[in-house]
Design a protein around this ligand. Structure first.
Ligand SMILES: [Zn+2]
Length: 106
């Protein structure tokens, strides 16, 4: 997290925003966890374990929807869509804000 999500001030590796004083430690921890999950998803995708990759990506996107995780989700969806006849929109349901579908997935 380079900038405060509230006021957009640069954070300079601190957990409290110097401008608006927002406490961002837990948000930064969630983002770090999301990146770890994203890395694990990438590893699973690389070894062909698409189901595990999709689960990890869903968790990652829920915590922090980084552009990289979204790209990975799209790539996974394309691959799953090409290889199966249904259920190909599971991961993307999170990023398109489809709350009902999202709840069904969990
Ligand atoms: Zn701020």
């Amino acid at each position: 997290m380079e900038r405060c999500p509230i006021c957009r001030a640069r954070l300079n590796e601190t957990t409290t925003c110097r401008r608006c004083r927002a406490e961002l430690g837990s948000a930064q921890a969630a983002e770090a966890l999301a990146r770890r999950l994203e890395g694990r998803a990438m590893h699973r995708l690389a070894i062909g374990d698409d189901d595990a990759a999709a689960r990890l990506l869903r968790r990652s996107l829920r915590l922090h929807a980084s552009p990289q995780a979204r790209d990975l989700a799209r790539a996974l969806e394309r691959r799953r869509g090409a290889g199966s006849t249904g259920g190909g929109t599971d991961v993307l349901a999170l990023e398109t804000g489809d709350g009902v579908k999202e709840m069904q997935l969990w």
